[in-house]
Design a protein around this ligand. Structure first.
Ligand SMILES: [Ca+2]
Ligand SMILES: [Ca+2]
Ligand SMILES: [Ca+2]
Ligand SMILES: [Ca+2]
Length: 297
């Protein structure tokens, strides 16, 4: 894991506070790392959405959960990526696009190189700040599922996802940009610069009243939550799309597991159901299924 840069809490991108002296070398390293294991493409104008990006030809890589805000200090922020178990993230970056000090749109606020990591045995990776797991709600602290890849970003309260404006989060391959760079030079909501090979997946979190453009067709919020100004503090994804979770609750946080990834055996179950359906359509008896050593119809 390489953190190319991230925004300080309460600071604005573009101020220089986020400048990273090693950025050029890291970008060069990322470019030379190639895109093995990360496929997909993003045709046409950048409009966001959940596009392509199959890892190793299996389940597409997806952003499946983000905790960006919580009651009190935001010590438990994380993001989750899901896909084929064990899939390499070579060439893959997590990028946040928002506003800058005097620029309302298109500024790279965060870029994290995921290229040295792979998804865990259950198809998930969770990247979190070092303070993750310290705050309890209803007696429960957050823990990454043991079958997921568990990555700590930096030290302390390091991620600092912005709560105060709408933000676009992207999973891209071949990122060659820099934190603080403006990718929407005329702030019309269409990116003029796209320093990556392809967008694998994306989602925008929308804050109530924010007029800042976002760059994804997948959008969550605003939510009816005064404490966050309408910003979704948490988002998680299932087959139906994105859903918002709680502000002073972990009740919907599942760091390291995702229903987007089929559970082991799900494909077999589906094939059996299809076989039953086909047999019934033919007017015959469905095949018998072996259960606990005995056959039953
Ligand atoms: Ca935050
Ligand atoms: Ca533009
Ligand atoms: Ca701009
Ligand atoms: Ca999850």
């Amino acid at each position: 894991m390489t953190v190319i840069g991230y925004r300080e809490a309460g600071a604005r991108a573009g101020t220089g506070a986020i400048a990273c002296s090693a950025c050029a070398a890291m970008v060069a390293s990322a470019a030379s790392a190639g895109l093995a294991g990360v496929g997909g493409s993003f045709g046409g104008a950048f409009g966001g959405g959940s596009e392509g990006g199959a890892a190793n030809g299996g389940t597409p890589l997806r952003l499946t959960e983000l905790r960006v805000d919580q009651q009190g200090t935001d010590s438990d922020e994380y993001f989750e990526i899901s896909g084929t178990p064990g899939a390499s993230l070579a060439g893959c970056w997590f990028v946040a696009i928002g506003d800058g000090a005097s620029d309302p749109a298109g500024v790279v606020e965060m870029a994290i190189n995921l290229g040295t990591w792979s998804l865990g045995a259950n198809g998930c990776l969770v990247a979190h700040e070092a303070t993750f797991g310290t705050v309890a709600f209803d007696g429960r602290t957050l823990q990454v599922h043991p079958d997921a890849t568990n990555v700590t970003i930096g030290t302390g309260d390091s991620l600092n996802f912005e709560n105060s404006d709408s933000i676009t989060y992207l999973l891209v391959s071949g990122f060659a940009g820099t934190v603080g760079a403006d990718l929407d030079t005329n702030n019309d909501g269409v990116l003029d610069l796209m320093p990556w090979t392809s967008v694998i997946d994306s989602v925008a979190f929308i804050r109530a009243g924010s007029k800042d453009p976002v760059y994804s067709e997948a959008r969550l919020g605003p939510v009816d939550l005064t404490a966050t100004g309408g910003m979704p503090p948490h988002g998680w994804r299932d087959a139906k799309g994105w859903h918002a979770g709680g502000y002073a609750s972990w009740s919907e946080d599942t760091p390291g597991t995702s229903s987007v990834i089929p559970a082991p055996g799900a494909a077999v179950t589906m094939l059996a159901a299809l076989a039953v359906g086909r047999a019934r359509a033919r007017g015959g008896q469905p095949p018998r299924t072996r259960t606990r050593g005995r056959y039953r119809a």
